[in-house]
Design a protein. Structure first.
Length: 153
């Protein structure tokens, strides 16, 4: 009798527990985007090939409300495998930033990676920045990729 009461107590606790809530995420719009898609496709340009030119390594995404976490997505889009220098930052409303990704990544064509990043308590995120390409690694020049960011609660 005592054993069945313990078993019932465990089952009763399991059946009365509230279901876990699913995470709700939405894509963030890229700064300078066309308003049609939140996925950015770019080809890595060389670093400062001409005087007064800038490489296209940085892409920012607007954060218009507070989120508890972010999902950053990268997909290789070139026809051959390459090593991509990838950095990502949370940019805060107070002008500071936090680097959340810093790696060289060599995916197979058409595959990619997702990074899950937690928000920083007490800080308001204004943008999420991807930087893909580096002066120290010009071998990635000419390779194409897709990136996007989701904010989640």
């Amino acid at each position: 009798m005592r054993l069945s009461a313990l078993a019932c107590a465990g089952v009763c606790l399991l059946t009365t527990a509230a279901p876990a809530s699913a995470q709700s995420c939405q894509f963030l719009a890229p700064v300078g985007g066309n308003g049609v898609t939140d996925i950015v496709t770019k080809t890595i340009s060389p670093g400062n090939p001409l005087p007064f030119s800038r490489p296209n390594w940085n892409t920012d995404f607007f954060v218009t409300q507070p989120y508890s976490s972010y999902k950053l997505f990268f997909t290789a889009n070139s026809s051959v495998s390459a090593t991509y220098p990838i950095q990502a930052y949370l940019k805060f409303a107070d002008g500071s930033n936090l680097q959340v990704v810093n790696e060289s990544y060599a995916p197979q064509t058409g595959t990619g990676r997702q990074w899950d990043v937690q928000a920083v308590p007490g800080k308001t995120v204004s943008q999420v920045n991807f930087k893909i390409g580096a002066t120290a690694d010009q071998a990635a020049t000419g390779f194409t990729y897709r990136i996007s960011v989701q904010g989640c609660n």
